[in-house]
Design a protein around this ligand. Structure first.
Ligand code: NAD
Length: 543
């Protein structure tokens, strides 16, 4: 019994380590990279706290060295998915009624295990398995994931505190129940933190979860699952089920007890699931909550008053870090004619300095794109641009998949503002630039707002305050995360809640209280202290 109100103190963001030459963290990481490269692992399916292996398995490879096998993972089928639903149901009653401070402690402990005991292990798995340089891995699987775990527990506490007013003789209360069923989480390859967040935020609110990780982020996602288990997560609360998307759709999404769907990935897949849910709507025991953060075609909009040096830096880092495989990556830019000459020279100079290659060579800023499909897709866009009269590849454009899936940082100059690479998500290190006449600011803002289906992130670069105000207003709904004189990537939990609308998602802001509300179903309770015993109302009396 808990005789006390316990308080999680307001969290602070996990500091980003620098991995400087000679530092203990760099030495530990290098040793761990070697160890993981030399020690292939087997990743099981985890259901109800037990490990399962099936007949079907697939290899885990390094995208920057695709013949290098890091291990194998087992693939769940119908039988395992149905078992996972049963396990989640079996775990639910005890989990949702566990005193909150104990539920919270598990996630807080997981954050500490991640940042202290297992930092090097998680970093190395994310670097090798998803081809991230150390900085990109550090801000993802360590800092952002720890932040999600610590901030979300704090937000749940703050939500639980919110209670309605009372009136004379009445005590009103609100219980924040878990959803009536299980939550299905489908997660993307590009951020391990998102994988961890999508599975844990519903669990914090008392739900049980089926987690389908991406096939190209299995290793780091598995280690996150192991940390949660070590932190004390009871069996069946999160079930780790790598499987084919179609199988998850058929057996999990369509299940009558699917009460919530937590997704990050492409717009097409989210639309497909939404459609499936719609077709099935009569089958569910409750209306499923659908939360999806999806694609983007994120912009940098420069005004003639922009600082060109800062603008060049934002374009290079915003477009090319993690090979442009961030939903927030800058992939289109609108540049006024008067700045273009100087900007082009700066871009050529900066991009020529970028080194690309294996993640174990710390001098590389860029590494490989995630897999052959992605490589082929990006390459097809580059070929399209190369053959078009409406555009010109002015920097980069080369691709080489002999050793790893390498795509050069590429700048395309588009003559038309609606050129294919200006409006479609490519998800690679490619930015398309449209140079607009200085006197066509209004028309160009309109184009920026309406040319794509997305509304995720965007930046304005301007030193003129009136221009900042005008552009921010004109692009009101063009981005859910809007930056002024900064690149459109790098949102930090607790500082810039993340998400967009239009075809970019439901904008339920990962890493904020808004997201957590989606995994709760309120029960309002009115307790009357002295119940009424007289049926008649006073107005019924005539005297
Ligand atoms: P994806 O849509 O290809 O895959 C996401 C997940 O869905 C994976 O686990 C995949 O296996 C699964 N999946 C694929 N087809 C499925 C199906 N038919 N049914 C059920 N599940 C299915 O996306 P990705 O390549 O992993 O990630 C890149 C995409 O994610 C980009 O579009 C990017 O913009 C988006 N993204 C968005 C955000 C955001 O916050 N808005 C963040 C990260 C990534």
């Amino acid at each position: 019994m808990s005789n006390g109100y316990f308080q999680i103190k307001s969290p602070v963001n996990e500091p980003v380590k620098e991995y400087l030459p000679g530092s203990p963290e760099k030495a530990a990481l290098k040793a761990e990279l070697e160890r993981q490269l030399a020690t292939p692992v087997e990743v099981p399916i985890i259901i109800g706290g037990k490990e399962f292996k099936t007949e079907k398995k697939a290899k885990i490879v390094c995208p920057h060295d695709h013949q290098k096998v890091l291990g194998e993972y087992y693939i769940a089928g119908e039988k395992e998915l149905l078992m996972a639903i049963e396990a989640s149901e079996a775990a639910k009653a005890e989990w949702e009624s566990m005193p909150w401070e104990h539920r919270a402690t598990i996630f807080l402990k997981a954050a500490d295990l991640l940042t202290k005991k297992y930092r090097a292990k998680l970093l190395a798995s994310c670097m090798l398995g998803q081809s991230k340089n150390v900085y990109q891995a550090e801000i993802d699987v360590i800092c952002e994931l720890a932040d999600f775990l610590r901030f979300n527990t704090y937000y749940v506490q703050e939500i639980y505190k919110q209670q309605p007013n009372n009136s004379d003789g009445v005590w009103n209360r609100v219980e924040y129940r878990a959803l009536d069923g299980f939550v299905a989480a489908i997660t993307p390859f590009n951020f391990t933190a998102i994988g961890g967040n999508l599975a844990t935020s519903p669990a914090m609110a008392g739900n049980t979860v089926l987690w389908k990780p991406s096939s190209t982020a299995i290793l780091s996602n598995y280690y996150v699952m192991q940390i949660l288990v070590e932190a004390g997560l009871p069996a069946g609360v999160i079930n780790f089920v790598p499987c084919r998307g179609v199988d998850f759709g058929k057996h999990v999404i369509n299940h009558p007890k699917m009460a919530g769907f937590h997704f990050t990935g492409s717009t097409a897949v989210f639309n497909e699931i939404w459609r499936q849910v719609g077709q099935n709507i009569d089958q569910y025991i409750t209306y499923p909550r659908l939360v999806g953060e999806t694609g983007g075609k994120d912009f940098i909009f420069a005004h003639e008053s922009a600082d060109v040096e800062a603008l060049a830096c934002a374009i290079v880092l915003g477009a090319f870090e993690y090979q442009g495989q961030k939903c927030s990556a800058a992939s289109r830019a609108y540049i006024p004619e008067s700045l273009w000459g100087e900007l082009k020279v700066r871009l050529e100079a900066e991009i020529s300095k970028i080194k690309m290659g294996n993640v174990c060579d710390f001098t590389n800023l860029m590494n490989a794109v995630i897999d052959q499909n992605s490589f082929n897709n990006i390459k097809s866009y580059l070929e399209y641009a190369r053959e078009s009269k409406e555009a010109e590849i002015i920097i980069g454009g080369g691709c080489d998949d002999r050793i790893g899936y390498f795509v050069e940082p590429t700048v395309i100059l588009a003559k038309s503002p609606t050129f294919k690479t200006m409006v479609e998500e490519i998800f690679g290190p490619v930015i398309t630039i449209y140079v607009y006449p200085n006197d066509q600011l209004d028309e160009t803002l309109k184009l920026c707002d309406t040319a794509t289906i997305y509304g995720l992130t965007g930046s304005v670069f301007a030193q003129d305050r009136a221009a900042v105000i005008k552009i921010a207003k004109a692009l009101d709904h063009a981005a859910g995360n809007f930056y002024i004189n900064d690149k459109p990537t790098g949102a930090v939990v607790g500082q810039q809640p993340f998400g967009g609308s239009r075809a970019s998602g439901t904008n339920d802001k990962a890493g904020s209280a808004i997201n957590l509300y989606r995994w709760m179903s309120q029960r309002s309770i009115k307790e009357t202290l002295l119940p009424r015993t007289v049926l008649n109302y006073p107005y019924m009396s005539e005297k």
